[in-house]
Structure formats: structure tokens, C-alpha cells
Design a protein around this ligand. Structure first.
Ligand code: F6R
Length: 251
């Protein structure tokens, strides 16, 4: 692994995705032992974290033992999908992680997708994060348009958990998880950028050529506050891990 020079926040070129996953799993292992298992994790879905979750499951089976005190908060969820829909983020997390480790079900949290008073439900969810002591370690992926969570371009850096409309480019990128592109919801709920910035550590994965263009504009460009990924410049403990394909346009 090599630190890429002259980037606005710490960015590392990894030889393989597996090496980034192992490194992040090492961090979680260290935190679990420091906190005697009382860790608060912020989690992401999509392609980027699949290998990491497999590595966490492997370590859990090997020697981690009890995760029943770990609390998790997922970044986002689609709105309008029925419970158990194969493309919902709850289904994704159950499949890749939650069904394979011994989290307490009462410790797993997703942002609200339906409520009479949606703003109040989002505020209550943020209060749940605060009363858990805040997020110790937050995983992020990067959208091709630079989104983090479902904070699409031009989301304010002080935004909180809220209902959002998905960009057409995001719906197109995520169509692969649905039977047809029309089925991709138009709305979601996401932790805000301000919420994300309150996590104590941010760890970001971006792999593959589809991320090369946005990474070049963030890592080599001006501090453009319309691109959510640039919010990472405002966080004191952030690290981005990218592979050679994602780094291809950095020059
Ligand atoms: C998912 C999320 C999104 C994804 C991003 C990258 O919970 O918050 O921001 O991280 O769209 O997706 P992949 O990893 O599929 O390229």
C-alpha cells in the first residue's frame, strides 16, 4: 500500500481490494478489543463493502467471539420498497453480514423510511446515534457523481438525516440490483453530510474504473463544495483506499 502524495485528505493506493479489506478489518479488530466489544459502526451497502463484510464474517468465525454489544447504523435506505425486497439495503446487510454474525437485533439501526412526521422520525434517529455515544468508525463508498451515503451533488455539508431524491445517474448505476431500471426508487433516506462528519473515523473504499473520473476531480481539483466527497477535507480522521483502476486518472 502506498500513500498518494498531494491529496487533500489521506488517500492510499492498494494493490488489491483484499489488502484494503484486511486493513479495515484490522482496525475494527483493534477497536473491538479497545472498547471491550462496545463499538458503534456506521455501515454502507453497494459493491464496495462486499469483500470487507466477507472478511469480517471470516474473522468473526475464526476468533472474534461475541459481537452482541456492537451497535450498527446504516447510512441509507431506499424509500418505497416493500420489506424484504431483494434490493433493499436491509436485505443486503442481512445477506452479507447481519445473518452471519451475532449482533443483537436491537442494536441494528436503519434510518426511517416511513413516518407521519418524517422530519421528527429523522431527528429521533439522529438522537439514537448520539445516545449510543456517536459513531466510532464509519464506512463509506463513493458514487460515480461523488455522492456519499445518498447525499447527491449540491447537498449541504451541514445536512442531517433526511429524505432525498436520487440523481438519475445514481438510479442508473444502481439498476444492476433491480430487475429493471424503472424499478429503482426515486427517493431514499440518508444520513446527512453533517451527520457523517460527526463520526470519529471515516474510512472510504473506491474501486474500479467507474470511480476514476470523480476521484481525479476531487483529489486533483479545487475544493468544490457541490461534490459531497469533498466534505472529507473537513474531517480530522479520514482515509480513502483506492485501487489502480480507480486511480487511473490521477496523473
Ligand atoms: C450505499 C451508499 C452509496 C454507495 C455508493 C457506491 O449505502 O451509501 O453511497 O456507497 O453509491 O456504491 P458502490 O459501492 O456500489 O460503487
Amino acid at each position: 500500500m502506498q500513500r498518494i502524495p498531494d491529496t487533500p485528505f489521506p488517500t492510499f493506493l492498494v494493490e488489491t481490494q483484499e489488502s484494503a479489506n484486511a486493513l479495515l478489518a484490522d482496525e475494527i479488530t483493534a477497536l473491538l478489543s479497545e472498547r471491550s466489544g462496545r463499538l458503534v459502526l456506521g455501515l454502507a451497502t453497494g459493491s464496495s463493502p462486499v469483500g470487507l463484510y466477507a472478511e469480517l464474517v471470516r474473522r468473526f468465525k475464526e476468533d472474534w467471539g461475541d459481537l452482541s454489544f456492537v451497535k450498527t447504523f446504516n447510512l441509507d435506505e431506499y424509500r418505497g420498497l416493500p420489506t424484504g425486497h431483494p434490493a433493499s439495503y436491509q436485505t443486503f446487510m442481512t445477506k452479507h453480514l447481519f445473518s452471519k454474525i451475532n449482533l443483537g437485533t436491537e442494536h441494528v439501526h436503519f434510518p426511517p423510511t416511513e413516518a407521519n412526521d418524517f422530519d421528527a422520525a429523522c431527528a429521533a434517529w439522529e438522537e439514537t446515534i448520539r445516545s449510543a455515544g456517536g459513531i466510532d468508525w464509519q464506512l463509506l463508498g463513493v458514487g460515480r457523481n461523488g455522492h456519499i451515503g445518498f447525499n447527491e451533488p449540491a447537498s449541504p455539508f451541514d445536512s442531517r438525516t433526511r429524505r432525498v431524491e436520487l440523481a438519475e445517474s445514481t438510479r442508473a448505476a444502481n439498476a444492476r440490483f433491480f430487475d429493471s431500471a424503472d424499478e429503482v426508487p426515486t427517493e431514499a433516506v440518508t444520513m446527512g453530510i453533517g451527520t457523517i462528519l460527526e463520526a470519529k473515523r471515516l474510512r472510504v473504499l473506491a474501486f474500479g474504473e467507474t470511480k476514476a473520473e470523480i476521484l481525479a476531480s476531487v483529489l486533483r481539483g479545487e475544493d468544490d463544495s457541490s461534490i459531497p466527497l469533498n466534505a472529507l477535507r473537513r474531517h480530522p480522521d479520514t482515509a480513502l483506499y483506492i485501487d489502480a483502476a480507480a486511480a487511473a486518472r490521477l496523473g
